[in-house]
Design a protein around this ligand. Structure first.
Ligand code: CA2
Length: 163
């Protein structure tokens, strides 16, 4: 047993929605060659550089994502979590439930898309999540995940200092 006690690192939640478990297996011209495991490792590395711990989760189920957003809002309120990076996949364009969950939970959320959704089909141009987002990262490939974590960390630090 250690004689010194230290509080655990603040958490950043990284949520990936439907079909993102297929990253690196299909459509590399759109989403790149990295797998979801690669992306999650990148997130853990970036989080560690910032003194954070990354909690990375993926689900193909809307209700499970809603449950995790609600949990994250409670953790953020308790001061244990700085917020979430959310790539909701196609639910971005369909889910009032996820919009309501982020708003209702008061979750500091960065919306992320690997591809530039605005340069793609018209049905990808509307997001139910953008009005609930603290920031948006779009079109940087999987490099967007570290960028989003860095941006979220800056916003959370500014909020902690009353900015
Ligand atoms: O660009 C993004 O990150 C998206 O959120 C990805 C979603 C798409 O519905 C959004 O419009 C934009 C699709 C995720 C599916 O990912 C796949 C990855 C590899 C192979 C097949 C699907």
């Amino acid at each position: 047993m250690s004689l010194t006690s230290s509080s655990p690192s603040p958490v950043v939640l990284v949520l990936n929605g439907p079909n993102l478990n297929l990253l690196g297996t299909r459509e590399p011209e759109v989403y790149g060659a990295h797998t979801l495991a690669d992306v999650e490792n990148m997130c853990r590395e970036t989080a560690a550089e910032l003194g954070l711990s990354a909690d990375c989760r993926q689900s193909n189920h809307e209700g499970e994502l809603v449950d995790w957003v609600q949990w994250a809002g409670r953790e953020q309120a308790a001061g244990r979590l700085i917020g979430a990076v959310l790539n909701a996949g196609a639910y971005t364009h369909t889910s009032v439930a996820l919009h309501d969950a982020v708003k209702g939970a008061g979750l500091r959320m960065i919306e992320l898309h690997i591809s530039n959704v605005h340069a793609r089909e018209a049905f990808r141009h509307h997001s139910y999540l953008s009005p609930a987002a603290a920031g948006i990262v779009v079109g940087f490939g999987v490099e967007g995940y570290p960028l989003a974590i860095q941006g979220l960390h800056r916003l959370a630090t500014a909020a902690a200092h009353g900015a």
